[in-house]
Design a protein around this ligand. Structure first.
Ligand SMILES: [Zn+2]
Length: 361
């Protein structure tokens, strides 16, 4: 039986639209996931809905999300696999989790939502909400990227520009969430659920095997846990011999997970963040930090930090090979020397490219 539980007090949530524990305010998560059955894949569906038999969500709307390419590239004599998540409908991996979160909310009759995001998540939630006939109100920092704000409005989002610090927009959204359902990419268990399909795809794209290593940028941990939990299900069902080594990459101006990994603690402490060009992963207190550290520990993984200079250089390298990724995505390539030092030169490595660089040109 799939239940939604608090990760702190273990209380089962009775409200399908709750974004945090009604009892203690803790983070909610599924107590278990349905087992994965490869025979149930709908091979005629070329989106993530090819796994509809597994997904515990009814589809009201799809924008064709998922089934993104796994490209092979040779960079500086290193053979790599690039999972092109930036080719999702609104230009980021967020769509993979937004589609399950918003379809779930539509099943419960939601007509209005709030979300706080200055970037990819705001555009993604706005687009899927609009397609479902749900009114999206998106809280953004007043000083945020004008192009990303324009994209949110372009796909039907009502922009709520909040002055002050980065945190101010989150506080404003949470106040609104007292009366309007909160479509939070950071908190919703249904967001992580959709992210798990990325693992099933990579498994199919690797001739039904697991790559040795997965590298993702890390903000709240949604995509990282999608990979880790998806491969854990494949392992539980006997389809892969082991879960890939999971490696998280953060900016050296926003590195709470790296600090926790280095000190060996299982519970990351909130930090004060600085500015970085990797603006998609400026997160002081990752919502799913404990689960991320556990996945790192159980897979022999690691967490590495990279500088803006290294990110810039990696992004330019990707562009020279024809891949137009946003700075946040380039953190994965920027960390490659550290990744190779950790896993060796012969391991097969997948880098997740999460956001479309066209939003930055
Ligand atoms: Zn609780």
């Amino acid at each position: 039986m799939m239940e939604i539980q608090c990760i702190d007090c273990q209380q089962t949530s009775s409200d399908p639209l709750a974004w945090r524990c009604e009892a203690c305010g803790g983070v909610l998560d599924f107590s278990a996931y349905p087992p994965f059955d490869a025979d149930a894949i709908d091979a005629h569906d070329f989106s993530l809905w090819r796994y509809r038999a597994w997904l515990p969500v009814e589809q009201h709307v799809s924008l064709g999300e998922g089934l993104t390419p796994l490209a092979r590239v040779r960079i500086s004599d290193d053979d790599l696999l690039l999972k092109l998540e930036y080719l999702n409908p609104t230009g980021s991996y967020k769509d993979r989790g937004t589609v399950t979160m918003m379809n779930h909310m539509a099943s419960h009759g939601v007509t209005n939502v709030v979300e706080d995001s200055s970037g990819n998540a705001g555009a993604s939630v706005a687009a899927y909400s609009t397609a479902l006939g749900i009114h999206p109100r998106i809280y953004v920092p007043a000083h945020g990227s004008a192009r990303k704000k324009a994209l949110i409005e372009h796909v039907g989002g009502e922009l709520m520009e909040i002055g002050g610090t980065q945190e101010a927009k989150t506080i404003a959204a949470r106040q609104a969430a007292a009366t309007i359902p909160y479509a939070s990419h950071a908190y919703s268990p249904y967001f992580v659920l959709g992210q798990m399909t990325v693992a099933f795809e990579v498994w199919e794209q690797c001739q039904r095997t697991a790559p040795d290593v997965i590298v993702t940028p890390l903000g709240h941990g949604g995509l990282f846990l999608g990979f880790a939990r998806g491969f854990a299900l494949l392992h539980a069902a006997g389809y892969v011999e082991r879960v890939p080594t999971m490696i998280a990459v953060q900016s050296d101006h926003s590195d709470p997970i790296v600090r926790a990994y280095e000190t060996g603690t299982s519970d990351p402490a909130p930090i004060s963040t600085g500015q970085t060009i990797a603006d998609g992963i400026i997160v002081a207190d990752p919502v799913r930090g404990r689960a991320v550290l556990e996945a790192i520990a159980t897979t022999g993984g690691a967490a590495f930090r990279v500088s803006d200079a290294a990110i810039q250089s990696a992004r330019a390298t990707l562009a020279r090979h024809g891949y137009v990724a946003e700075p946040t995505s380039a953190t994965t390539l920027a960390a490659l020397p550290q990744v190779r030092a950790h896993v060796g030169t012969s391991a097969s490595v997948v880098l997740a490219l999460t956001g479309n660089g066209l939003k930055y040109i």
